[in-house]
Design a binder for this molecule. Structure first.
Ligand code: PLP
Length: 213
């Protein structure tokens, strides 16, 4: 199947209130433009250099989301244009995003990444640290924390994935207010489970663009 058919299939299977981030990492501009031509405007990338280059080359009305691990020393490259940073996992990073946002006269929307997977390699705040991080962020005037992001363990164990997504949903429900409205969870392999557990934003790559090398 082609990109257009894939994206239509994904859109048909997600409710209207769920936002689709088309994860275009490693994919060519031509692939992104195919999705763009049928109306997709939100794309996610996980490498700063690739994100910057694509943002320069592609239409200016694309909303670019940084979904990967972000190093402090690279924030400055995306601060002028990024529309949402999903993977904020330290107060140090929040501080740097605030500084660079200010230099660009912007307020940058961020999601705090929360560690919910059993794998120790996945980044993020532990659940008990989330409240404190949000309190710390209140002093940063050029950042808006608009929600949470998490990744489940890569496993065939459906119950485990459900349980991990649910643990994030519980944290989210305790924080939810007029500013904190986004729960980013779910990828190609598990976005349906994530939506059942309360996701409002899914990050789907291979189910749209095909497998990556
Ligand atoms: C690559 C990536 C995705 C998309 O993964 P697929 O399995 O291809 O849908 C989602 N979220 C993050 C953080 C990623 O790095």
């Amino acid at each position: 199947m082609g990109i257009i058919a894939n994206i239509n299939t994904v859109l048909k299977t997600i409710p209207k209130y769920v936002t689709l981030v088309a994860v275009s990492k490693t994919k060519q501009n031509s692939a992104i433009l195919e999705a763009y031509q049928i109306g997709q405007r939100i794309f996610g990338e996980n490498k700063v250099q690739e994100l910057v280059q694509k943002a320069e080359e592609l239409p200016k009305d694309i909303n670019w989301h940084m979904i990967g691990h972000l190093q402090t020393n690279k924030v400055k490259f995306i601060a002028p244009f990024v529309s949402l940073i999903h993977g904020v996992d330290s107060v140090k990073l929040l501080k740097e995003i605030n500084k660079r946002a200010k230099q660009n006269n912007r307020v940058i929307d961020c999601l705090l990444q929360v560690h919910i997977a059993a794998e120790s390699t996945k980044f993020g705040f532990d659940i008990p640290e989330v409240n404190e991080a949000i309190n710390n962020a209140k002093e940063f005037q050029n950042i808006r924390i608009v929600g949470l992001m998490g990744m489940a363990t890569f496993t065939d164990n459906k119950q485990q994935v459900i349980q991990e997504f649910n643990s994030l949903k519980v944290v989210f429900d305790n924080l939810k207010n007029e500013h904190i409205t986004i729960l980013s969870m779910g990828m190609s392999g598990d976005y349906q489970l994530a939506i059942e557990q309360g996701s409002t934003m899914v990050r789907v790559g291979s189910a749209i663009f095909g497998h990556r090398n």
